[in-house]
Ligand binder design. Structure first.
Ligand code: SAH
Length: 398
């Protein structure tokens, strides 16, 4: 255990349960750096008088240098500790575990469930652990043991989301029996294919569950739909099941074609009315505008940052133009579902961005629905950055 003194001006924050340990909060941070502590080292956070405030672990991420684990000096960070945390997180998701229509959801969401840097997702019998720093990975054997004790499982997999030597790792299989990918999971009765062997993305973004449900139930019937940045086409499938006349999916990545077809087939949907295009969305917008194509519903879910052949997209600076492009090919009275998952853009800021987009396109709008993270993506009330998702349903005025 390494003792770390907190700055007077930040100590209240930690006493009030702030979860992220950050450089500026520490007195003599240089000292800590030069001590070359092993990732995962437990840190005893004390105030300037040396009084105990909290215990955390050292784990460098793009945000901060570690996370608080407990505010009880007597609480040991051992198997029983991780066991308690995982039991508590499962208890909060019993409704999802017993939901016959959905078997893919988040079981443990980092600091929202008391341990920053760690997430655990459930995919129809398989658990996927994401380690966001070497520091939390240090506790792997205890955490895996705790998970094994807490749940029944077909298999357990992991992903290392920090820099490491790729060659040291296989597809992340840890325990139980190996899955045959793609694995088929269910969400609100819809089949979705999932895979753990294609990098960080697994085929579905679980945090958009409520958005997909709403698109299917309330916005798709009889409509023409354009799903941009469509990835594996999960939004497209929900729109098609919701009765859309036609759904066009557009994504630059070649793999998206096959994955999208698979998802359509898994739900016994015909492919003919639903074109899947492997193409740059920005080019497609130009093409559609020139051809005079218009849609009733346009889904806009770009990555926060993406590079294509001749253009680097950053949500922060390019979203208004992107939205303006979408507006130009949305029918009057139609709906745009605009999603943003960048933690540095608040909902208010995103609304301003939306306003700018409509200014550029010289159209008016009305916000009809807003979604943020679903309940299983628990957030920490003092750590707003973890509440990253904003999805706004916008009606283009007639
Ligand atoms: N909306 C998807 C997730 C999108 S992930 C879903 O809900 O499942 C981001 C996707 O954007 C990736 O599949 C990536 O290939 C694609 N992408 C990035 N830049 C693009 C561009 N310029 N044109 C088309 N697709 C792009």
């Amino acid at each position: 255990m390494y003792e770390v003194k907190l700055h007077e001006k930040h100590v209240e924050k930690f006493k009030n349960q702030y979860p992220l340990i950050f450089k500026e909060g520490i007195i003599g941070y240089q000292l800590l750096e030069s001590a070359k502590l092993e990732e995962g080292t437990l840190l005893k956070l004390v105030d300037e008088r040396g009084k105990y405030v909290a215990t955390g672990y050292l784990g460098h991420q793009n945000k901060g240098i570690g996370w608080v684990l407990t505010r009880n000096e007597k609480e040991k960070i051992d198997l029983a500790y991780f066991q308690r945390k995982i039991y508590q997180s499962i208890e909060k998701r019993l409704g999802l575990f017993s939901n016959p229509k959905t078997n893919a959801f988040r079981v443990f969401n980092g600091e929202g469930d008391g341990i920053g840097g760690l997430t655990i997702d459930f995919y129809n019998g398989y658990y996927l652990i994401n380690w966001y720093s070497e520091g939390i990975y240090h506790y792997k054997s205890l955490i895996v043991e705790a998970l094994k004790n807490a749940v029944e499982y077909d298999g357990i997999y992991e992903k290392l989301r920090f820099d490491h030597l790729e060659s040291e790792h296989n597809d992340g299989f840890i325990a139980g029996k190996e899955a045959n990918f793609p694995l088929v999971v269910k969400e609100n009765g819809v089949n979705i294919s999932v895979f753990f062997n294609e990098g960080a993305m697994v085929g579905v973004f679980l945090d958009q569950r409520e958005v997909r449900k709403s698109i299917r139930n309330n916005y798709s019937k009889g409509k023409t739909v354009l799903n941009t940045f469509s990835y594996t086409g999960v939004f497209s499938v929900f729109a098609a099941i919701g009765g859309a006349k036609s759904v066009t999916s557009v994504d630059l990545a070649k793999r998206s074609l096959e994955h999208t077809q698979t998802n359509f087939e898994l739900n016994k949907l015909p492919l003919e009315p639903h074109p899947i295009l492997v193409e740059d969305v920005f080019h497609y917008f130009k093409y559609a505008h020139k051809k005079g194509l218009t849609f009733d519903l346009v889904i806009l879910d770009p990555p926060s940052y993406a590079k294509s052949k001749d253009f680097t997209f950053s949500a922060e600076k390019d979203y208004p133009e992107l939205l303006a492009d979408a507006i130009r090919i949305t029918k009057k009275g139609g709906i745009i579902v605009a999603s943003n998952n960048s933690s540095t853009i608040s909902l208010d800021k995103f609304k301003q961005i939306i306003g700018r987009g409509f200014n550029i396109a010289n159209e008016r709008f009305e916000i009809v629905e807003i979604h943020q993270l679903p309940k299983d993506f628990r957030t920490h009330y003092l750590y707003e950055e973890s509440n990253y998702l904003k999805v706004v349903f916008i009606k283009v005025s007639k």
